[in-house]
Design a protein around this ligand. Structure first.
Ligand code: PEP
Ligand code: MN
Length: 351
């Protein structure tokens, strides 16, 4: 594939709110990120999982983005999901566009968007499809390249997972690495906001993205995230954005290093996911313990039943032996679990 390079800085930073809410909101945030960010983002048409959520203010916000272009040095970008969106953005002179994760999954939509962009020379970012299918992501770039879009970049925003995972969207770092192998010169921007789902975790993901040598970041930023009409939990303030950017450690990496780091990250990701499950199971266990406490209370039973404790200890140790897990470790873990179970029951009975 043939590209026209439009990213000349590393890390390239796209920042701005999840959604455009008012002209004033956009201007306040844009002024605050000017100087740190290269591009200002704001969603106008919002693909929401459920109806009756805030679905964006629509085309009115295009004039607000024009105000940002006039009053700041920032380029502006928004999400397009249909050919009509593309037309409206081109009429308004929006600088850059991105295709969202819910659109990349559908080749019909991507083709329609591509047709609307035929012969247009503006940068287009393509977010990964919601599920981890590299082919669909690659296909979207091929469709855009065929109609003559040469300024292309990818956005890695993580993948939906049926399993309980540590983040809102599982990063699956091996996928952007594979994309890099398939399309050598394609810049890849990481979106730690949609991966993490929580503002406190954005910095860590952003650093990881830099460690595997991705080219930039898209970070959702709002002057008051708690007031945001969408994705309130994952947006950072402009002050936090500044601190994230200045804390980033940039290392020189070679591809061999990237693969090594990617393998390490995948192992860590598996451990994160197991730990999330362990905590979830402990919580499920605690809920049952609370029911037991009420039950014992109603039936005037004592909390601590010595026979039951020995039974727990012996069966867990037997299980550990069967699976080849250290018996001593299992005994210590269950002693702790049991201790907290007794504490939980005591609290309930004293109520
Ligand atoms: C967004 O960028 O606000 C958005 C909707 O992202 P995604 O398509 O990654 O879910
Ligand atoms: Mn969002």
């Amino acid at each position: 594939m043939e590209f026209k390079k439009f990213i000349h800085k590393k890390p390239y930073l796209i920042a701005g709110p999840c959604s455009a809410e008012s002209e004033n909101q956009l201007l306040t945030i844009a002024k605050a990120v000017e100087g740190t960010a290269d591009v200002f983002r704001a969603g106008i048409w919002k693909p929401r999982t459920k109806p009756n959520s805030f679905e964006g203010v629509g085309k009115d916000a295009l004039t607000w983005l024009k105000t940002i272009q006039k009053e700041t040095t920032l380029k502006v970008a928004t999400e397009v999901a249909t050919a009509k969106h593309v037309e409206l953005c081109l009429e308004s002179g929006i600088d850059m566009l991105w295709i969202g994760a819910r659109t990349t999954v559908n080749p019909f939509y991507v083709q329609e968007i591509a047709e609307a962009l035929r012969g247009v020379d503006i940068p287009v970012f393509v977010k990964n499809p919601i599920h981890p299918e590299l082919g669909l992501w690659l296909g979207a770039f091929e469709r855009l390249e065929k109609v003559g879009v040469k300024q292309l970049a990818a956005i890695h925003r993580g993948f939906y997972s049926y399993e309980k995972v540590a983040f809102r969207n599982d990063p699956k770092w091996e996928i952007p690495i594979k994309l890099r192998k398939e399309i050598r010169d394609l810049p890849i921007i990481c979106d730690p906001s949609h991966i993490s789902g929580k503002s406190a975790l954005v910095e860590d993901i952003a650093q990881t993205a830099m460690d595997i040598n991705l080219d930039g970041l898209m970070i959702e930023t709002h002057y008051n995230p708690s007031l945001a009409l969408s994705d309130a939990e994952q947006q950072v303030t402009p002050v936090e954005l500044n601190s994230i950017m200045s804390n980033l450690v940039l290392r020189d990496t070679k591809l061999r290093d990237e693969e090594f780091k990617c393998q390490l990250l995948n192992f860590r990701n598996q451990i994160d996911n197991f730990d999330t499950k362990i905590i979830e199971l402990l919580n499920n266990r605690k809920e049952v313990v609370e029911h037991i406490a009420n039950f014992k209370n109603e039936n005037r039973l004592t909390i601590f039943q010595i026979d039951r404790w020995f039974e727990i200890l012996n069966t867990r140790k037997e299980n550990a032996n069967l699976l080849g897990v250290d018996e001593q470790m299992v005994e210590e873990i269950f002693a702790l679990i049991h201790k907290y179970s007794i504490l939980t029951q005591t609290k309930i009975m004293r109520k």
